[in-house]
Design a protein around this ligand. Structure first.
Ligand code: UDP
Length: 285
């Protein structure tokens, strides 16, 4: 059996680290990995493949930037070519990014069955690009791997029970990754993390693409940094770019994004987490 896995964004590399490892142990199963390029910086992509032992992608599509529609469309075109060349028995996607949707749609149109890991999650806010991606991906998937009972119930409420699909509650692969790698956590080099420091991340489009909201969040972080405890912010490249363009000044300890082993270490050692990340808020628990 040949599985074609489409990855593109940081959290997907982290999730794939456990699942790809498992697939590699299955006799008679071959995994072909496509990296769309949605996240491409060394510290947003390469570091995860190096640290977490994920197989090197067989295809690098190098597609990033542009509007959501343009990015998803370009991915759709290129993933379709890979599917036609490889002839996989199944396509595997994770989460809710443009890479997820492009992979699922390309496969569905070529009648390749789609398995969706993290199916059934809902924010009930269709203004979020992630919500659109996850709802549409679920619609074209026939194996829906749900992380929680609530996720399975969301699918049932949307009528998935009467469809010829499998809904499986399998637990959260992000938790599996966090548990697996927590023993290997590494302190980041060149980072002075004082006892009780606050770990922050900031990258959701709702926060970064609204200048007033972004300015207000940064003002609050700057204030917390001076009045409560030092704030350490591994800064997402998109957020850094927007802030530079808008001239928003950060007074916290902003560093480049860190590898996953370093991030786990920071989570283990900080006093408070302030985040708009889906993954980090779960890991903080
Ligand atoms: N993460 C990381 N380095 C960082 C920031 C985050 O390894 O500098 C990890 C984090 O621990 C979590 C994942 O990236 O496992 C979350 O990714 P992100 O916040 O980009 O996406 P979301 O979860 O919001 O979709």
């Amino acid at each position: 059996m040949k599985i074609l896995t489409v990855l593109g964004a940081r959290p997907q590399f982290i999730k794939a680290s456990v699942v790809s490892h498992y697939i590699s142990k299955l006799p008679g199963v071959q995994e072909v990995v496509v990296h769309t390029g949605q996240h491409f910086d060394a510290n947003m992509s390469d570091v995860f493949f190096e640290q977490l032992g994920i197989p090197r992608p067989d295809y690098q599509l190098s597609i990033s930037g542009g509007s959501h529609g343009s990015m998803t469309g370009r991915m759709l075109i290129e993933i379709e070519k890979v599917i036609e060349k490889e002839g996989p028995d199944r396509l595997l996607v994770y989460g809710d990014t443009n890479s997820t949707l492009a992979g699922a749609l390309a496969a569905a149109k070529l009648h390749v069955p789609v398995a969706h890991i993290e199916a059934g999650l809902r924010s009930f806010n269709m203004l979020m690009p992630e919500e659109v991606n996850r709802i549409l991906t679920d619609q074209v998937s026939d194996i829906l791997y749900c992380p929680t009972q609530v996720a399975t119930e969301n699918l049932r409420r949307e009528g998935f029970d009467s469809k010829p699909v499998e809904i499986l509650k399998v637990g959260d692969v992000m938790q599996d990754s966090a548990l697996l790698f927590s023993q290997l956590a590494l302190p980041p080099s060149d980072v002075e993390s004082k006892e009780g420091f606050i770990l922050a991340t900031l990258h959701r489009a709702e926060n970064t693409d609204d200048p007033a909201r972004l300015a207000s969040i940064v003002k609050a972080l700057n204030n917390i940094h001076t009045t409560v405890a030092p704030v350490l912010l591994p800064l997402h490249p998109r957020t850094r770019g927007v802030m530079a363009k808008l001239g928003i000044e950060l007074k916290v300890n902003a560093i480049d994004p860190v590898g996953y082993l370093e991030m786990i270490w920071l989570l283990q050692h900080c006093g408070i987490v302030l985040t708009d990340s889906g993954g980090v808020q779960k890991e903080a628990l």
